[in-house]
Design a protein around this ligand. Sequence first.
Ligand code: LAN
Length: 678
Amino acid sequence: MEGNSAPTGAPTGADVTAALREGVSFYQQLQQPDGHWPGDYGGPLFLMPGLVITCYVTGCLDEVLSPQHQAEMLRYLRNQQNRDGGYGLHIEGQSTMFGTALSYVTMRILGLPAKDEVCKDAQQWILNHGGATHITSWGKFWLAVLGCYSWDGMNPTPPEIWLLPYASWSGIGLAHPGRFWCHCRMVYLPMSYVYGARGTGKLTPLVQSLRKELFCTSYDAVDWNAARNQCAPSDLYYPHPKIQDVLWWALYKAEGLLLGSGLRKKALAEVMRHVHYEDENTRYVCIGPVNKVINMLCCWLEDPNSEAFKRHIPRLYDFLWVAEDGMKMQGYNGSQLWDTTFAVQAICATGLAAEFPDCLRKAQHYVDVTQVREDCPGPLVAWYRHISKGAWPFSTRDHGWPISDCSSEGLKACLALAEVKDGSMGSSVSDERLQDCVNVILSYQNGDGGWATYENTRSYSALELINPSETFGDIVIDYSYVECTSACMTSLAEFQHKYPDHRAAEIAKSLRRGQAFIEKQQRADGSWYGSWGVCFTYAAWFGCDALACVGKSVANSEAQLRACEFLLSKQCSDGGWGESYLSCQDKVYSQLQPEQSQVVHTAWAILALISARYQTRATKQMTAAVRYLLSRQLPSGDWPQEHITGVFNRNCMITYANYRNIFPIWALGRYRTAVLKL
Ligand code: LAN
C-alpha cells in the first residue's frame, strides 16, 4: 500500500461496535415481515424487451402493464440510455446492438413515437452500426417473434434435438440438450418451439413501421441468409467457431424438410411437455426471466385460451422491480433466500446477535419455509432433473430450483441461528432436514472434486463450441466453480463440526477432493477467478474460506499466503479495494479507473484476509481497510450503493443491492470478534 491518505491509528472496539449497531439497526428496517430482505436484482437490459414483446404479441400488454407500469418502464429506459444513444448489455456496459435494438422496440411498443429524442438517438446508433441485422442471436429471435425480422435470418434452433438419444454411449448423446446447463437448456427449449412453429405476432402498423426503422436497407432487400451470422463487434464476446458455421448451414438446409413435417410435430409436442413440466414445477415462475416469457409465449401459441397461458400472467410481476431509476425486469424473481442467508451469517458474525432477536427470528422463518421439501415429480432422469429434497433455492419456495451453494448457505444460516442464545428464537429446522440438505450437497460434487450450480456437470467443455449466443461465455454445460465449491465445503465442514457422526467418512473425503479442486483452480499469482461476483476479490473470499475450513491458514499453507499477498498487492491508497467489472470479461484483474475503492470489495478482502488468518502479519493494512469501511458508513447506518457487483456468463452484470449492507456488517463483525476478540 502506498500513500498516507488513509487516517492512521487503529479503530477502537467502541468505534467498530457502534458502527455495527447502527449498520444492523438500519438494515433490519429493510426486512419484510416474512423475514427476507427485498432488493433490486436488475442490471441486464435485455430482459424487459422479452416481456414487453411477449405481452404485445399475445395481446395482453395493457391488461398486464398498467399505464403506471408502462410509464415507469419508459422512465427506466430513458435513464439507462448511454450518452452515445445506445444501450449496453447491462446498465454499466458500453452500447451494444442487442441492448439498443431491443430497448428501441420496447420504447416504441410502450408508445414512444419514433421522433422522440430518446428514440431518435437510439435509432441513429442502430443505423450507424449496421442496422438490426447485426443484433446477436437472441435479439434476432425476439425481433422475429415481433415480426420485424425474418426467421430465415436466424440460425436454426430445431426442436428435433430433443428427440436425440440421451445415453452417453451413443456419442451424440453427449450433446443432448438434457446435458446442458439448466439455464441454457431452459432457454433453448421454448425457443426451439417458437422457432419450430414460427411463432410470430400480427403484422400491425407498428411492426410495419419498425421494419422501416431498424434496417439500413429496405426490409425486402435484406439478405437474410447473410444476416444469420452478422453480429456487431460491440456485441461479440464469444465469436462462432468455424464448426458452427458448418453446423448451422447444414441445419438451415435441413429446415426446408423439417418445417411442417410429422417429425417436427412430434418434436414440438415433446418440447411442450417439458415446457409444461417446468411451468408447473415452478408454479409458473420459471427458472429465469428469459424462459419465463418464452414459456408463456409457447403456451399462448399452443392455445391462446389455455389455462397455462392465463396462469403465467400473475407471475410476471414476480420479476418486476421499481426503483429510483424506474421499473425494470429483474434477472430472477429476486435473490431473497440468498440475501437472507448472508444477512443471517453477517449478523451472527458480529457477536451482537442477541441484540437483534426479532430480526433473526423472522429471518429464520424465511429460511425455514423456503427449503425445498420434496423432489420434482419423477422419473427425474426423464425430465433431466436433479434431486431437490432438502435443497434451498436462490429466491423463493415457489421457484424451487435447487442450487448447490444456495443449499449450502441455507445450511450455514441454520447452523448459525442454532447458536444464537435467545429464548425467543422459534424452533429451528430439524436435524432430519439438515441431513437432507447434506445429502443434496454431497450428491452435487463433480468428478473433478468441485461443485457446479444447479446440477452435476453432465458433458464435456467441448460442447461450448456450439454456444451460439455470441454475448455469453460458458453457458452450455454446468461447470465446477470456486464459489460453489467453497460454499459446499464450508457448509459440510460446519455441519460436521456440529454433527461429527453423520456420514463422517463421506464428508471427510468430499472435503479433501474439494480442497484439491480449489488448489488446482488457484492461479500462479495467488488469485482465483470469480464467476458470479466481481471478480478476483469475490473469489478470494471464497478461496480463502474453503481452505480455512480444512484447517489451512497462512501459517501452514502456501496457497493461503499467496492468496493474501495477491489481495494486498491490489489494496488502494485509501485502504480499500475497488475492482472493475472488466475483470469478469477479460479474466485479468482490472482496477476501477480512476482508483475508487468500493465498500463491498473492501469487505470481501477483509473477510478473505481474516479467514486466512493474515491479520497479525498485516495489521496496518487491515486497520486501514477497516477504517475505510467505517468512513464510508452513512449517518443512517446504511452504506452507499456503488458499482455493480454481480455477474453471470462472464459478460453480463447484475445488481445485488443488499450486498452494500451485508458485507460491511459481515467484515466489521468478523473483525470485531476474530481480531479485536470482543
Ligand atoms: C444466478 C443467480 C444466483 C447465482 C449464485 C447462487 C450466486 C451463484 O453462486 C451460482 C449461479 C447463480 C445460481 C446464478 C446463475 C445465472 C443466473 C441464473 C443468475 C446470475 C441470475 C440470472 C442468471 C440467468 C442465467 C439470467 C438469464 C440469462 C440467461 C443467459 C439465460
